[in-house]
Design a protein around this ligand. Structure first.
Ligand code: 13P
Ligand code: SF4
Length: 350
């Protein structure tokens, strides 16, 4: 049986984060120099930094210190669309930059690197997806935000994990049948919760798919009072063990609100920066990935989110490199389902 001694220091988040981890082996002085340069460039270029919770804590800190935002993908989209700055620097993955461009075509959208993609986006090519939709014309098309502009352009609705259940519940109430793409795990969860008639695309997130029920059960024996928090891109067997299931922002909220002192968290480890701020007295434990025991083999960190760094933020701002460009005709089509999601979200909040 697993004991506390068997659990790697990295999985016990507080112990791991208590040591200083500087990006790319930079010195503290280098980091401060880069941060000062980025702050000056953001002002000089009339730019705003919009970052996702999975980016390096230093980037999240910088976004907050400069009046930008750190958020889930829904709020990143909303926030970017209402900012007055002429340039948005989106630290995250490609679909987040494209979403910003679609919602604010008049703005210049830069990313630290356009190489930062997503396995869900890669696994849903627009030509195949369009053919799939065309073969089922009586189905409403609902796509996850983690898709290309061309896939969004073929959709009736775009959703993020924050709002997927509400939108699909609404469609189920209207008696609609839906095509869901691309995440099969989130799709299965939404289907189970709403009972909607769903045709599903076969895609997955390579990070969340690595969380395993067996490892979680072993960890739960060592921490029997811990609550389990799970992002719904994880497999059904992992979601079944959860005390809270939700998007990144919903998991941060749950961490603060649940009565449990210990929390086992199944999502990208970038989230711990804000989670610790939201629940400073709690103990965070990273859900194990890959193996049968509670050791980390595959690492709960998105390889594409990890491509965002201080150096390429500087280059993006200095040289205007890695600008997100989306075809004007695609923008017109893709904006409709995206705006529908934002309007639906605003109406929900009242
Ligand atoms: P959120 O919308 O929950 O932030 O998720 C985005 C994502 O890519 C999760 O892997
Ligand atoms: Fe895509 Fe998964 Fe990375 Fe999120 S964590 S950006 S879903 S690959």
């Amino acid at each position: 049986m697993l004991s506390k001694q068997d659990i790697s220091e990295r999985i016990l988040v507080q112990e791991h984060l208590a040591k200083e981890h500087l990006p790319d082996d930079m010195s503290r002085e280098d980091v401060e120099r880069y941060k000062a340069r980025i702050k000056a460039l953001l002002k000089e270029k009339d730019a705003c930094l919009v970052a996702h919770y999975y980016t390096d804590p230093i980037i999240q800190e910088l976004a907050e210190e400069t009046g930008g935002c750190v958020a889930d993908s829904l709020e990143m989209a909303r926030f970017g669309s209402v900012r007055p700055e002429k340039t948005l620097l989106v630290a995250g993955v490609r679909f987040m930059g494209e979403t910003a461009k679609i919602l604010s075509p008049e703005k210049r959208i830069l990313m630290p690197t356009l190489e930062a993609t997503c396995s869900l986006d890669i696994g849903c090519p627009a030509p195949e997806f369009t053919a799939f939709c065309d073969a089922h014309p009586d189905y409403e098309v609902v796509v996850y935000a983690n898709t290309s502009a061309a896939v969004k352009a073929r959709a009736d609705w775009v959703v993020t994990s924050s709002i997927a259940l509400d939108v699909v519940e609404h469609l189920a109430d209207e008696g609609k049948k839906i095509i869901w793409a691309p995440d099969k795990h989130l799709g299965a969860y939404v289907q189970k919760e709403t009972g909607i008639d769903m045709l599903m695309w076969d895609g997955a997130c390579i990070v969340h798919e690595e969380f395993k029920a067996k490892g979680l059960l072993d960890l739960k024996q060592v921490y029997p009072d811990a609550a389990i928090l799970v992002h719904p891109e994880s497999p059904a067997s992992v979601i079944e063990l959860a005390d809270a299931v939700g998007s990144t922002s919903q998991l941060i909220k749950a961490a603060a609100e649940l009565p449990n002192r210990e929390l086992i968290v199944a999502t990208d480890r970038g989230i711990f920066y804000k989670m610790q701020q939201a629940a400073p007295d709690k103990v965070f434990i990273e859900a194990p990935t890959g193996g049968s025991g509670a050791t980390c083999r595959s690492c709960a960190h998105c390889p594409w989110m990890a491509l965002n760094g201080l150096e390429n933020i500087v280059t993006a701002l200095e040289e205007g490199r890695d600008e997100v460009l989306v075809d004007a005709a695609l923008i017109d089509e893709a904006r409709k389902p995206l705006q529908r999601m934002l309007d639906f979200s605003a109406a929900l909040k009242g």
